[in-house]
Design a protein around this ligand. Sequence first.
Ligand code: ATP
Length: 255
Amino acid sequence: MITIQHINKSFDGKQVLKDISTMFTPGKTNLIIGRSGSGKTVLLKSIVGLHEIDEGAIFYDDRDFTKMNHKLRKKLRQEMGMVFQGGALFDSFSVEENVRFPLDMFTNKTAKEKQERVDFCLDRVNIKNAHHLFPAEISGGMQKRVAIARAIVMNPSYLFCDEPNSGLDPETSLVIDELIHELTVDFKMTTIINTHDMNSVMEIGDNILFISEGEKSWEGTKHDILHADNKKLQEFVFANKTYRQRRDEKIEKNN
Ligand SMILES: Nc1ncnc2c1ncn2[C@@H]1O[C@H](COP(=O)(O)OP(=O)(O)OP(=O)(O)O)[C@@H](O)[C@H]1O
């Protein structure tokens, strides 16, 4: 569980996050959605400590992240897995070296134990016969799966994904979404995903936080969203005709 309370964040006098409070639950895919520039990335980066917030508190279970010193935060980071756009794979490392990297950095496991863990994680994300290939030799979808394997290799309690479907076709995006959802449920991780992808909202939105101009405008599930009477949310999610049709079909089916 991650709880955020009254988070405020400004850059050069411009307030980007305005009094945001919510809870992100374990075993659920928690989505942050909103227009470009609404503050999603700043929020996610604030939660993991890549930005310092001006006011408010962030709790990892009952641990107050905002009050931790550098050493304690570093320790807590080992419980976090991240699939960030900037944190792409290392080009000069093979697939398995990429996945092994956090184990080499942060654990004293033996070579055999590391290999077993790497094999388990690559198998879990359905990467086969590619252990010795380099990122440039595999597809974008496979690269994402390797990045996910690397993010879970330390068995994290918390998983953060920033636009995990960017640059992927719709079919591959669905595979990635399902994979993240499955892993979240299986390992009871508290997963927070920043996304623009409305398919993700409709398919894996266990909890959805809609940010508008730095404020929490709405929150609910993928089921609630069909009936939400928040105008900004409706305009944002159902701007596209296909999604409006899908919403109407779902509502009809449920009636
Ligand atoms: N390091 C920074 N310094 C100054 N302003 C920043 C910084 N990072 C973000 N901002 C500003 O904060 C606002 C929110 O940005 P943010 O990147 O969180 O939006 P977003 O919702 O993630 O957008 P997108 O969907 O396009 O990624 C923007 O106005 C942006 O210019």
